[in-house]
Ligand binder design. Structure first.
Ligand code: ADP
Ligand code: MG
Length: 315
């Protein structure tokens, strides 16, 4: 055994913002045939912003206005750590629930816990992989993927469906908001592809198949089909289906999954090699073999190079 080669591999990785969580990565990464890249937070910056708010008034004047819709959604999202939640709380209250900088009307308290708006209790909060819900002023408010609202028995009016379709066509992500039997509107969020995306994918695709995995549909997913080096895009994959997709791809060879440490943890664990983009969320070292702390997608191909170099010196 050559513990020295491993120690020096771990050290050079650390210098590049790559934290090695499992030494097996030096052996497994050089064998990888398929690299699966999650979209949100991996191919994109993960910093989402609200681009549009639409309050539906199908049944006359009983609908909420845009501000009420946004504040009700924000009250529930205050307890979620998803990038979409940060965008919605920021738009609703002017403070992301993640940065905890305080100093405005929606600060985090001294323990870093978000302060909930009046009329909301953390006890009523429910979290799903496709959205969240909580009680706001007596109504159970559901915020998430339109399918999540349907599954929660909230009807989506046709007028809202067409807004949802428009947002997808524009490459944005529509988040439905509803209570009391039906969806009341939608909040449209978007984020941008990373500027180093093309270079990183090009390097990764030499000698490996690169596929993209996302829960989103429409142009938000399709724009990645045009990226040089991407051979396939799996769109509309529900979060609980990501690990299953990774397992199926293992029929093609050794699979590496690159995703965010919290939402994609099961998919990272299902892959032969799991690499977590560590920005924003807590380090997910249980599920990942390596964590990219520098928030740079080019560190992913570097992880493969470094593992190959280290592996040659181990043998
Ligand atoms: P991606 O596949 O792009 O990484 P995720 O798997 O993290 O996205 O989430 C998939 C979808 O689930 C999102 O596009 C959104 O519709 C919904 N979703 C998940 N969490 C939330 C949340 N906290 N608030 C609103 N929508 C959510
Ligand atoms: Mg994700």
């Amino acid at each position: 055994a050559t513990p020295l080669a491993i120690a020096s591999g771990i050290q050079s990785a650390a210098k590049r913002g790559i934290v090695v969580a499992a030494e097996a990565i030096f052996e497994d990464a050089p064998e990888v045939d398929v690299v699966v890249l999650d979209k949100t937070g991996t191919l994109t910056t993960g910093t989402m912003t609200v681009t549009d708010v639409y309050a539906d008034a199908t049944e006359g004047s009983d609908g909420p206005d845009e501000t009420t819709l946004l504040e009700r959604a924000g009250a529930v999202e205050a307890l979620s750590e998803h990038p979409i939640a940060a965008a919605i709380t920021e738009a609703a209250f002017g403070d992301s629930n993640e940065d905890g900088d305080g100093g405005d009307d929606h600060p985090d308290d001294e323990n870093g816990e978000p302060t909930l708006p009046a009329g909301v209790s953390a006890d009523d909060f429910e979290r799903d992989r496709r959205g969240v819900s909580g009680v706001v002023d007596g109504d159970r408010v559901v915020v998430g993927h339109p399918d999540y609202l349907r599954e929660s028995d909230l009807e989506i009016p046709d007028s809202l469906e067409s807004r949802i379709a428009d947002a997808r066509t524009a490459g944005d992500v529509p988040v439905a908001v509803g209570w009391n039997g039906r969806a009341r509107g939608a909040i449209v969020v978007g984020d941008s592809p990373r500027e180093e995306l093309e270079r990183a994918v090009e390097t990764l695709s030499s000698g490996r198949e690169v596929v993209v995995l996302t829960g989103d549909e429409g142009a938000a997913a399709d724009r990645f089909r045009a990226v040089e080096g991407v051979s396939e895009v799996f769109a509309g994959v529900p979060p609980e289906g990501k690990a299953e997709t990774v397992r199926r791809l293992r029929a093609r060879g050794t699979v590496a999954m690159v995703g965010d440490g919290s939402n994609d943890a099961p998919a990272l664990a299902a892959a032969d090699v799991g690499i977590a983009m560590g920005s924003g969320t807590k380090l997910a070292t249980d599920a990942a073999d390596a964590v990219i702390v520098g928030d740079d997608l080019e560190a992913v191909p570097e992880t493969f190079d470094l593992a190959a170099g280290t592996h040659r010196r181990i043998r």
